[in-house]
Design a protein around this ligand. Structure first.
Ligand code: GDP
Length: 471
């Protein structure tokens, strides 16, 4: 495209790119800076035109209260590794999906629905908080309820705490599933006791967190768990308007050899129909065929329904917003515009909070609290640091600790920081390789310290605008 605009041979442009150290192929997207450089070489002026004025992507009509109807809850299962997330997902699916559907083959489409008392519940079937937080980092909120799985023969573990913090940061209600109660050494009360430290207090102890004892392996307690999900759904008053053009989120996408780009989408509002024209992230498409989680072809999909669809021109990314448009021309223009914007954003100097520009944000009144993640060599140090940081108060601006943990700074910490616009403090620990790469990519500020006092002083100085410039 660039070579066409420049009236040059593709190979010539690629050669120029190689000289700039960019190993480009013919389909490669080049960023604006690079385009500028190449254009300069040919003495051509670059004029950037955006095809659409207002971004209809952001605009969402408000629904009339009377148009809203109850919709199924969308549930994510989180918890420590080996505590039984996958087994639980499988067990719920097996007992409830195939029931009454003789020979029903389930199809993996990133989420599935089960029914209880004539009400549906949608489960996202990638367990773990990475998927959850990656979506949130990309600006999409799809989870209504989190099931926190804790093994009754084990206890609260690092990823249990991470999961709690992820759910809290996203303000998603938590139901605790105490799993593996079939085991002789199971001790559900110990789990309850441990979780009170994280403000998850069972009702019988005066709190408001729902606990359900289950055995994913033996299929025990699943009905009760579903009941509780329905109860929380009712309290949350989950509603959507099914009578409008669909909006949703891409939960998975891939290039299928036979069918081309395939997207698995959770419809969140409106109703999606065959033939609908849509934009998913920066991709344009028209729904050719839809398949539900039972492997059946369907023609329409309402709120909270997961579907697998074909008819895309490219493969979108997980977490991409999915929006149906009336006119094809408009949808195409918006997809183009978004593609341009995304490229620009990638080049933009970050708008993330870093300690170096914190003071500016505070002065401009944009920042009232500084979200911080603390990782330390031992939990004791992390807690000590938390205590001190929480006491800092600079003209009404406070530090908000969203997660603490013992151990190296991991990619998951960085993703959480990115989603919450937080900075990370490492005390006597370092980031691992993937965390370094992700922090660079997501432009998350990571500060490493060996002396608690220095860590506190750095934050305090940054809040007062007295940070020494870093060289
Ligand atoms: P995940 O890593 O959280 O997805 O955990 P898995 O679902 O893979 O389960 C880890 C192990 O625990 C597997 O060997 C399961 O068979 C076992 N497991 C899961 N749920 C139960 C349960 O309710 N009772 C018992 N006894 N074992 C379970």
């Amino acid at each position: 495209e660039l070579s066409k605009l420049l009236h040059k041979d593709v190979s010539e442009v690629i050669k120029k790119l190689l000289f700039l150290g960019i190993m480009a192929n013919i389909n490669q997207e080049v960023d604006l800076d690079t385009i500028q450089l190449i254009a300069d070489e040919y003495k051509v002026e670059v004029d950037l035109k955006l095809p659409v004025e207002e971004d209809e992507f952001e605009i969402e009509e408000m629904d009339d209260e009377k148009d809203l109807q109850e919709r199924p809850a969308v549930v994510t299962i989180m918890g420590h590794v080996d505590h039984g997330k996958t087994t639980l997902l499988d067990a719920i699916r097996k007992t409830k999906v195939t029931e009454g559907e003789a020979g029903g083959i389930t199809q993996h489409i990133g989420a599935y629905q089960v029914e209880r008392n004539d009400k549906k519940v949608t489960f996202l079937d990638t367990p773990g908080h990475e998927a959850f937080t990656t979506m949130r980092a990309r600006g999409s909120k799809i989870t209504d309820i989190t099931i926190l799985v804790v093994a009754a023969d084990d206890g609260v573990m690092p990823q249990t705490i991470e999961a709690i913090n992820h759910a809290k940061a996203a303000e998603v209600p938590i139901i605790v599933a105490v799993n593996k109660i079939d085991k002789p050494e199971a001790n559900p009360d110990k789990i309850k006791q441990e979780l009170t430290e994280y403000q998850l207090v069972p009702e019988e102890w005066g709190g408001d967190t729902i606990f359900v004892n289950v055995s994913a392996k033996q299929g025990e307690g699943l009905d009760e768990l579903l009941e509780m999900i329905l109860l929380v759904s009712e309290v949350e008053e989950l509603k959507a308007n099914p009578d409008k053009r669909a909006r949703g989120t891409v939960i998975e996408a891939e290039l299928d050899k036979g069918r081309g780009p395939v997207a698995r989408v959770l419809v969140q509002q409106g109703t999606l129909e065959i033939g609908n024209v849509f934009v998913a992230g920066v991709c344009f498409g028209r729904v050719r065929a839809m398949v539900n989680d039972k492997g059946r072809r369907i023609k329409v999909a309402g709120p909270s329904t997961p579907v697998e669809l074909t008819g895309l021109t490219e493969v979108p990314q997980a977490g991409d917003p999915f929006i149906v448009f009336e006119e094809e021309k408009k949808a195409k223009a918006i997809a183009d515009k978004r593609a341009t914007e995304v490229r620009q954003q990638e080049m933009n100097v970050n708008n993330r909070i870093t300690l170096d520009d914190l003071f500016k944000h505070i002065q401009e009144g944009e920042v009232k609290e500084l979200p911080v993640i603390i990782k330390a060599d031992v939990q004791g140090s992390a807690e000590a640091l938390r205590g001190s940081l929480e006491k800092i108060n600079v003209e009404g601006v406070k530090v908000k600790i969203i997660h603490t943990g013992a151990g190296a700074i991991t990619e998951s910490d960085v993703i959480l920081a990115s989603a919450s616009n937080a900075i990370i403090i490492g005390f006597n620990v370092r980031p691992d390789q993937t965390a370094i790469a992700t922090a660079e990519q997501e432009q998350v500020d990571v500060r490493l310290h060996r002396i608690i006092y220095n860590a506190i002083e750095e934050i305090e100085s940054a809040m007062k605008g007295m940070l020494d410039p870093e060289f």
